[in-house]
Design a protein. Structure first.
Length: 330
């Protein structure tokens, strides 16, 4: 049935249903179609190396049974898109969010909205699966119900604030798409690389550097406290987050920041502000801050330190090289 929707479009398919054309199919034709569907499912299962159907519990705590490996996917979140591509599903992605920018192939894929989903466009694409967020689940339940009524498997992927959370997301998407083996490979690689950094830092860092993380520029300066990727990353490399007594993303004024006296400053907004390091170095009243005095102000790719996907490990490695170059940049 879904194949008919895909070829003819929702309106035409419903019109055909209403005038009884589809109802006229004989029993033998139905059995033939059922056999074809079964064979297609078996071939898809053999290709993925996974046994379908599979049942997952998504991050909305819903049990979802997926009968066969999806052949087409819409991903309405940047991190889910990165995970899907890392799992080798790039050729199945037919729609992405307006903000998806990695990998480069996403530039040529149909954009289907962001927090507000272009429901009509998604329905016209008729994917087998839609990867959405908990925000979509909480604010657009009727839209998601439309998708499900049309036969689209909707998988809710919740927010993440730790590496362990990300591993769970990768595992869930891998199971839902028949790429569990690749998911485990990605997770193992991330864990191994992360542990190697931790071990090297513990063995080599004699005096922890105090680090200020700046995720938005003056005058409204925000930083990351506990329960954020950046905090976990700094702990991994034996550095101290000077905002460790804060929770999540918080705003501080310049006077408060200067008093924290960081040894290094990391900014994450170079993708929309020119020369962020130079701007920090030139701030009035910051000249005696050790990080400014020693020129240890660095901008990093925001996506690799805040986006809950496979590239987070690159963020840790980059921070390690910038903050402790004598140990990690060799």
């Amino acid at each position: 049935m879904k194949e008919i929707f895909k070829k003819l479009g929702l309106f035409t398919a419903f019109l055909l249903l209403s005038i009884g054309i589809l109802a006229g199919c004989g029993k033998d034709d139905t059995n033939t179609q059922d056999d074809a569907d079964t064979n297609a499912t078996e071939e898809a299962n053999e290709t993925t190396g996974n046994v379908f159907p599979v049942t997952i519990t998504d991050d909305a705590n819903r049990e979802i049974t997926i009968e066969k490996a999806p052949e087409s996917i819409v991903s309405i979140q940047t991190s889910n898109t990165e995970i899907a591509f890392a799992l080798g599903l790039g050729d199945k992605i037919i729609g992405v969010s307006d903000y998806c920018n990695y990998p480069a192939e996403t530039a040529n894929i149909q954009k289907v909205g962001g927090q507000d989903i272009n429901a009509e466009l998604v329905l016209s694409l008729m994917p087998d699966m839609a990867l959405v967020t908990d925000y979509h689940y909480n604010t657009h339940p009727k839209v998601l119900q439309q998708f499900e009524d049309a036969g689209i498997k909707v998988i809710v992927v919740g927010s993440a604030s730790s590496f362990d959370d990300v591993y769970e997301k990768i595992k869930m998407i891998g199971t839902a798409t028949g790429t569990s083996d690749k998911a485990e490979e990605i997770i193992t690689d991330m864990k191994d690389r992360h542990q190697a950094i931790k071990d090297k830092a513990i063995a080599s860092v004699k005096e922890k550097k105090r680090v200020w993380v700046e995720v938005s520029p003056a005058p409204d300066i925000f930083t990351t406290g506990k329960n954020t990727f950046m905090h976990e990353m700094l702990e991994s490399i034996q550095a101290t987050n000077v905002a460790e007594d804060q929770e999540g993303w918080v705003k501080l004024n310049e006077e408060e920041i200067v008093k924290l006296n960081p040894d290094a400053i990391i900014t994450t907004y170079g993708y929309y502000i020119d020369n962020p390091s130079e701007q920090v170095l030139a701030r009035e009243g910051w000249a005696e801050v050790p990080a400014v005095k020693n020129g240890e102000v660095f901008d990093v790719d925001n996506d690799t330190v805040t986006r809950p996907g496979p590239r987070l490990i690159e963020g840790v490695e980059t921070l390690a090289e910038l903050i402790y170059p004598e140990i990690f940049k060799q």
